[in-house]
Design a protein around this ligand. Structure first.
Ligand code: BGC
Length: 456
């Protein structure tokens, strides 16, 4: 028994405090494991794709325009020839026990010339979606995954306010004709990444480096999302509409440097929160001190999500650096596990991202998660660890409805071409033959058991 006030008691209390601190530090460092989680029976399990990266021969969009100009490392060309092989690819997904598949509609196929819509291409996508359904796959249909028709890009693309109307016209054409085959809609894929690479870093079309254009484009994406949400719900009141939000974890590089932490916090607010805040409130307030300030009310944006799609890959360490043009560097800590692309493998980040997304009150679906791993040495553990963290988020109250791996097949990457291997299924680009990787079989066991027993 501890007698208050005695010297021994103080010493003992001190020891208890140190012990408790050690335990809490340890607990913080090592996220808890919860291997026996059981995922709900109606959980969506599957993989994702996008038109430009899978279909092949998308020759009427801005990426192709860049390829023709020699601005892209390796042209997408025929890609995985998914345009013709979708049926056997869906059979493959079905054989792996997937029950869902994410694909995108290529706007430049549907509307290759402004105002001229292709009934033939629309019919093609009907067949694709019918085939997915016939193979037991619920469909996640993305309406915009990075590419734009050349005619739209030539008029300024997303920095032109008219893009919102143009996108709405395309959506209004597509939705009534495909809506009966779409189980979930994703209006736009990763507006933040799209704007970063296209209007800040300038490494994807239109290759601008202009922060004002970037803010305008981001606001236009939000307005386009709102327009699409209402168009879809007008035709299909019970539709489930979301967008795919790229979420990352940002951390100060040096624990002792408050400037690193402060910057990481600004970037986190901007990157992870501000699009969600805008959709929750109907106020588009894009703000980074001294960099971006865009403030506008857009009431029709308010509450335009039925679920939030979370794309999660990695964590960034932020280092304040007066000598760099951006005044900070993005680093990976020495010794951290990384993928073939050098991205840190940080499973706890999916927990943090999902908890953030869920805190807005929307159901969450993981619409992309994966890594480049040509040797397939890390993928099974990557999935097990990320799904463990996802289970932890669910246990902590997040309403998570599904998990789609990026990607079903190896595919063409926007900047790096065919080098990175993200597929559960390997593609031999010489023959286009598909080979199921061992990690895909682990994923199948997880799906079949609804548990992580296969990860033991
Ligand atoms: C994109 C995918 C891409 C993946 C890996 C995501 O940001 O939506 O299209 O392939 O990252 O780079």
């Amino acid at each position: 028994m501890i007698a208050l006030g005695s010297g021994g008691a103080v010493k003992r209390a001190f020891q208890i405090c140190v012990f408790a601190l050690a335990i809490s530090l340890f607990a913080g460092a090592a996220p808890r494991r919860q291997k026996l989680i059981t995922f709900p029976a109606d959980f969506k399990w599957g993989a994702a794709s996008s038109a430009q990266q899978f279909e092949g021969n998308n020759n009427a969009n801005d990426y192709h325009q860049w390829e023709v100009k020699g601005l892209i490392q390796q042209p997408a060309g025929i890609a995985d020839d998914f345009y013709h092989r979708y049926d056997s690819d869906f059979a493959l997904a079905q054989s792996l026990s997937h029950n869902a598949f994410r694909l995108s509609i290529e706007w430049s196929r549907i509307e290759p010339v402004q105002g001229q819509f292709s009934a033939v291409e629309l019919e093609h996508y009907r067949k694709v979606l019918e085939s997915a359904r016939a193979h037991g796959l619920q469909t996640f249909v993305t309406l915009h995954h990075f590419t734009n028709p050349v005619w739209a890009a030539n008029q300024g693309g997303w920095s032109n306010a008219s893009m919102v109307q143009w996108f709405a016209e395309y959506v209004a054409y597509v939705v009534p004709k495909l809506g009966d085959l779409a189980d979930y809609w994703l209006t736009i894929n990763e507006p933040n990444v799209n704007v970063l690479t296209s209007y800040v870093a300038g490494v994807t079309p239109p290759g601008k480096q202009d922060i004002n254009l970037a803010a305008t484009a981001l606001a236009n994406f939000l307005k386009a999302h709102a327009a699409a949400y209402h168009i879809i719900h007008k035709s299909f009141p019970r539709a489930r509409v979301g967008f795919a939000h790229h979420m990352r974890v940002f951390e100060g590089y040096a624990w002792w440097n408050p400037l690193d932490a402060l910057l990481a916090d600004f970037i986190d607010k901007f990157w992870n929160h501000q699009l969600l805040d805008a959709i929750k409130s109907g106020r588009i307030h894009l703000y980074i001190p001294f960099v971006i300030s865009h403030d506008e009310n857009w009431p029709e944006l308010k509450d335009t999500l039925d679920f939030i799609g979370v794309n999660y890959y990695t964590r960034d360490q932020i280092q304040f650096d007066l000598n760099s043009p951006e005044k900070f560097n993005i680093l990976v800590k020495a010794g951290a596990p990384v993928s073939d692309m050098g991205w840190e493998i940080y499973p706890h980040g999916i927990y943090l991202s999902v908890m953030t997304a869920a805190s807005y009150g929307w159901p969450v679906i993981i619409t992309e998660n994966g890594l480049a791993d040509a040797a397939d040495k890390q993928r099974a553990k990557f999935m097990c660890d990320h799904l463990t963290e996802l289970g932890n988020a669910m246990e902590d109250g997040a309403d998570v409805r599904g998990y789609l791996a990026w990607a079903l097949l190896d595919n063409w990457e926007w900047i790096n071409g065919f080098g990175p291997r993200f597929g559960l299924v390997e593609v031999d680009y010489a023959t286009l033959n598909r080979y199921v990787r061992p990690s895909a079989q682990v994923y199948t066991q997880i799906i079949q058991s609804g548990s992580l027993a296969a990860c033991e």
